[in-house]
Design a protein around this ligand. Structure first.
Ligand code: URA
Length: 434
């Protein structure tokens, strides 16, 4: 039967009207519309109208669950059941300076569990894990399924590019949502993320759902609702799923930018590094290990005694990376200075992320090259005293003509309160949703 002779079970306009009028889509309507859209039978403008109706009207739990399953069914499913160890994965909704995957994957794998971490590239102000790792000379993101299984068995951790075979309906729909103002719908975000994670075949999943200026979900109530929806989807699909709700009002650590973030991750793997990165890495590691059946793991000790670093080195070498090579350094570094004395009471993550992006660390369009060495190095972070004229940040780039627009972005990112003002301790993990 060819596409032109096939009799379709539904009419796209009826499906759109159902949701437009605030009614639930039936399981059959959902299965059909996702499949027909992937086949090209439902037109882009029809799916755009449906996505907007979902954005405005929402979806019930059963609808989101069916929508997710229908997207998974359009592609392949990976299967790690042949491995001799349990699998556990994490997903972050993305933020500024969020390099946590880099120390986290080898840390968790050093306890004998498998971490298949299919990652993406950055778009806009949030960085992508693959872009960060590509700052390491020789490292390659593309790994075949066989190589992945071998590396999981031998090393325990793989961070690599997701193949295009996982949930192809989502790939198409995400590109459409991106240009039709329908990205920020909780049912669509949750089903998009979870379709890929469930298709990836992990047995356990820990979600890092971020909230605050530098996050996708700026509002805590929205982030909480997204976390709840994703946990329910994972649980319904038989994946042990837990979410941590975490703060992204200020950047994580002191760097935003690819090679800069690799360098900071190496400090953490060497037993040092910024306290917020260590806290979040260890909190997520404990959740991932717990879900894999490894309880009460001393993850701080595994960072301190070099076990996590040993796994990092093996993981990078297995993907062609030269662990001992110098990381790229920017050709130009500009200092950004304070205008007043005082104490840093807030630091806007979004502004820092946009500045890093404008310096060349990120891309505006898929496929664009990024600068490995570009980014922002934060010298004065939350709670630190400054004097007028002190360096607040260093802006790294290979193309100095980008500095002006980066300074425009970062201007006003630091709020300086009067010297002596007590700045409360920053809470990184705000809640746990299971
Ligand atoms: N990341 C995804 O994979 N999908 C979304 O919809 C949003 C973020």
């Amino acid at each position: 039967m060819t596409e032109s002779t096939r009799v379709e079970s539904f009419d796209a306009v009826d499906v759109i009207r159902t949701k437009r009028d605030g009614r639930c889509l039936s399981p059959e309507q959902i299965d059909w519309v996702i499949d027909a859209y992937t086949r090209g039978v439902v037109a882009e403008e029809q799916m755009a109208a449906l996505a907007m109706a979902i954005f405005l009207r929402g979806m019930e739990r059963e609808e989101i669950s069916r929508w997710t399953r229908a997207m998974i069914a359009t592609g392949e499913r990976m299967d790690f059941s042949a491995l001799s160890k349990p699998t556990t994965d994490k997903h972050s909704t993305g933020g500024v300076g969020d390099k946590i995957t880099l120390p986290l994957a080898p840390l968790v794998a050093s306890f004998g569990v498998a971490v298949p971490q299919l990652s993406g590239r950055g778009l806009g102000h949030t960085g992508g894990t693959l872009d960060k790792l590509e700052a390491i000379p020789g490292w390659r993101a593309a790994v075949s399924n066989d190589e992945m299984m071998r590396q999981l068995e031998q090393v325990g951790a793989v961070i690599c590019a997701a193949g295009s075979g996982l949930a192809p309906a989502d790939k198409k729909l995400y590109a459409l949502r991106d240009v039709t103002g329908t990205v920020e719908a909780i049912p669509l975000i949750a089903s998009s993320i979870m379709s890929k994670k469930i298709a990836e075949g992990t047995a356990a999943l820990t979600l890092d759902v971020k909230t605050g200026a530098g996050a996708f979900m700026k509002d805590e109530a929205d982030a909480r609702a997204l976390a709840r929806t994703m946990v329910d989807l994972g649980t319904d699909a038989g994946v042990r799923t837990v979410a941590l709700l975490t703060d992204m009002s200020a950047p994580l650590g002191r760097t935003a930018g690819n090679a800069l973030e690799v360098r900071e991750s190496l400090e953490v793997l060497a037993g040092g590094g910024p306290a917020d990165i260590i806290e979040l890495t260890c909190a997520l590691a404990r959740e991932m290990l717990d879900a894999a059946g490894v309880h009460d793991a001393d993850v701080e000790q595994a960072l301190a005694d070099g076990r996590a670093m040993d796994t990092w080195r093996a993981m990078i070498v297995a993907q062609g990376g030269d662990v001992d090579a110098e990381l790229p350094q920017a050709r130009h570094i500009e200092e950004y200075r304070a205008e007043a004395d005082g104490v840093v009471s807030s630091l806007d993550a979004l502004q820092v992320g946009v500045a890093a992006w404008r310096l060349g660390a990120g891309r505006s369009r898929p496929g664009e090259a990024v600068q490995a060495a570009a980014g922002v190095e934060i010298v004065k972070h939350l709670g630190e005293e400054v004097r007028a004229g002190d360096v607040l940040a260093r802006l790294h780039t290979d193309t100095p003509e980008r500095v002006g627009r980066a300074v425009d972005a970062i201007d006003g990112a630091w709020t300086i309160a009067a010297t002596g003002t007590a700045i409360g301790e920053r809470r990184i993990v705000l809640d746990r949703i299971a």
